[in-house]
Design a binder for this molecule. Structure first.
Ligand code: IPM
Ligand code: MG
Length: 370
């Protein structure tokens, strides 16, 4: 009984905090087309993070050299977001790191390690929450197959928001999943606006609303409400299980365009989609909020590669794809196009093993093409 009372108290506190969160959402926007100086924070992360980030930094420095010279762009190295520092300080993001991050407009971030189990929260999840980065956008493009997918994953709610705050009772564990009207509406608007502005004809909503009736049920209902403002766009609903099958069904997969989904399903299916494109090392990811934004590879810090001494063979393509998204976001369109063209035509093949090229060789090739 005591354990149940303690769990209920903890749940009451969570509900209170979540209601406060949605009441205090700040929707003030940055306008990068007119902003005098844009500061880009560079966070290495850990594992293969520093290795791939090294290539991204040299590419950014070259692409933006003029603007860096005349102070229109400031690149700021932010140190200390490593698993060692985080465990030592017992903080998902050490205070002084978060302070420096909040002084920047946008971030380019290498992967960060999340220990399995325990209480240490993922740095990614904490950053997405602290900076209110609600839209996780992941494109996957395979021209030979006419595949042009873009995933809009809700990034601040679902199973993630309270993922490290579940309760344990003797012989039992309970986690929580949260879906809000305001949180769903803003990701749905982002997806439908993208579709409208980019001539996309179809938005597919993916949930498991037959089982997660309250949370996914709400997600679906709100997305359909938003869809009413976009009558030119076809909307369809899929469950996550069959959608996972659809993405590996060559007969129909190129019919999908914009995919809109809650946090955890978005996490899982975007790794699958990236694999269809050529591997998780090939896909970039944007985490957008109204005030801040963060760009990163979709994969993790690959501790296994580090252990096996293979970090030098990590593929920097994903972080460079994220760099393209960053450049576009801050309205540096020419630089973005130049880098994207280089990535699309580069014939250096990185495989993650000594059979393929090194991370540096790939980075050098891109550097010489821009
Ligand atoms: C991703 C990653 C993260 C996630 C991890 C590192 C917390 O897998 O960005 O997809 O699950 O969101
Ligand atoms: Mg993931």
């Amino acid at each position: 009984m005591i354990a149940i009372d303690a769990a209920c108290d903890s749940f009451r506190q969570l509900l209170k905090e979540q209601l406060e969160r949605i009441e205090n959402i700040n929707t003030e926007r940055q306008d990068f087309s007119t902003k005098e100086t844009v500061s880009i924070g560079l966070v290495d992360g850990d594992g293969i993070g520093p290795v791939i980030m090294k290539q991204a930094k040299k590419v950014l420095e070259k692409l933006l050299s003029e603007e860096i010279k005349n102070n229109k762009i400031v690149l700021k190295e932010i140190e200390g977001l490593t698993i060692e520092a985080r465990l030592e300080k017992k903080q998902a993001i050490p205070d002084e790191v978060l302070k420096q991050i909040k002084e920047c407009d946008v971030l380019l971030k290498g992967p960060t390690t999340t220990p399995m189990g325990g209480t240490m929260e993922s740095a990614n999840v904490a950053l997405r929450r602290e900076l209110d980065l609600y839209a996780n956008i992941r494109p996957v493009v395979i021209p030979e197959e006419s595949i042009d997918w873009i995933f809009f994953r809700e990034n601040t709610e679902g199973e993630y928001v309270l993922g490290s705050r579940g309760v344990e009772l003797p012989g039992m564990a309970v986690d929580f999943k949260v879906t809000t009207d305001v949180g769903t509406r803003r990701i749905a608007v982002a997806a439908f606006e993208y579709a409208r502005q980019n001539g996309k004809k179809r938005v597919s909503i993916v949930t498991k609303a037959n089982i997660m009736k309250k949370t996914d049920g709400k997600f679906t209902a709100i997305c359909h409400e938003v869809a009413k403002d976009y009558p030119e766009i076809t909307v369809d609903d899929w469950y996550i299980d069959i959608m996972s099958a659809n993405l590996i069904n060559p007969a129909i997969r190129n019919q999908f365009e914009v995919v809109l989904l809650p946090n955890l399903y978005g996490d899982i299916i975007t790794d699958e989609a990236a694999q269809v494109q050529g591997g998780v090392g090939t896909a970039g990811s944007a985490n957008l909020g109204d005030r801040y934004s963060m760009f990163e590879a979709i994969h993790g810090s690959a501790p296994r590669m580090v252990e096996e001494g293979l970090s030098g063979y990590a593929n920097p393509e994903s972080i460079l794809r994220a760099t393209v998204m960053l450049l576009r976001h801050i309205c540096r369109i020419d630089a973005a196009n130049k880098l994207e063209k280089a990535l699309n035509t580069c014939d250096v093949k990185v495989t993650g093993t000594p059979e393929g090229a090194t991370c540096e060789a790939y980075g050098d090739a891109i550097y010489n093409m821009i």
